[in-house]
Design a protein around this ligand. Sequence first.
Ligand code: SAM
Length: 376
Amino acid sequence: KTATGLTTFNPRWVRVNALKTTLGESLASPTFSAFQEVGGMSDMFFFDVVRKYYYPKAELLPNIFAIHPSHDITSSELYKSGKIILQSASSCLPAIMLDPPKGSTVVDGCAAPGNKTTHLAALVGSSGKVFAVERDKRRADILERMIMKAGAEGIVTTLKATDFTTITEGHPAWQASYLLLDPSCSGSGILQRIDWDISKLNLPSSDVSSGQPSRKKRKRDEASQKGSRSQPEEQVPQHVDDEEVQDSDTSKERLQSLSDFQVAIILHAFSFPNARRITYSTCSIHAEENEHVVARVLNNKIAKERGWGVQSREDNPLSTWHRRGLVGELSDLRVSSKEQQRVADGCIRVNRTDSLGGGFFVVCFIRQVDDEGQLG
Ligand code: SAM
């Protein structure tokens, strides 16, 4: 509960698939036409229990909006046709930060299930190209289905059962200018899903028109109501607190081995000859997988030889996001303390309590170009 008596929630985030529709068209559809708009980024963190139809004017996050998590919109035409994609705001940050121009060629190095791949496809548009690399065959099948559903098959080439580190000279993806790297991580920032039951929120009936409880939920309710003599207890929406994380092995050894793997993925990307920008992201809250990885790759001679550094905060599209990298975790980075601060400010952190859909880390590496725009 906040000082104003409102309850904070983790909203359900929706990304409008620009390959199939627009934000305006989606919001005017029957699924969302009864929703009210809230004023700005900060307002969306507070959902009044009764007036629950909210979406933010997300200046920071184009084509992305939030609704109350009790809404199950998976049966809507918009969702089934791939016009909207349920993707947390934090997971949308890497493609926004990479900011590939229309018509550019991008590699998504660790792609399945493909949320970021299809986001990239929407950004580069039909004149662009995305190579989606996925090592795991089964996950690559899911990736392909997602690409089809999003209408991105003309833009994305899927490299199934392919290890990103095997892409070298001679492969068409080797010439890419932009790379998005979202490798496996501990997942320590992932929030547990709260099973919302809108039928128990005690809302005026006019407020529940477009939020349907899931079939599974309805069945469970029917069963519980049949068997119980008293009315079901009112379900109080819960605050998603900092401790609700997915079970994950975050032992020192596990984090070290993940960090070694993440470093290897980034260093391989540093060798792509035409690469200009690379984003690296995790849904981990552990510095071992975040700032420490940044320090390790920047200390590596490949970074120095090829002119890779971290994009300054003022140059990246997410400069207004308040939570930046932890400078105290960059003490191993062999540069001045001023430069350590600049690198930390270039990184973005999302805490599990930030309402963007879970803990997250993202950084954009940039390669120096000269006055003529030539790569160094
Ligand atoms: N970016 C995805 C999304 O937004 O939907 C999520 C990626 S998930 C965190 C990491 C993925 O990378 C897994 O599917 C894993 O199988 C894949 N992966 C791990 N190592 C890889 C490698 N060396 N080459 C290609 N894919 C890899």
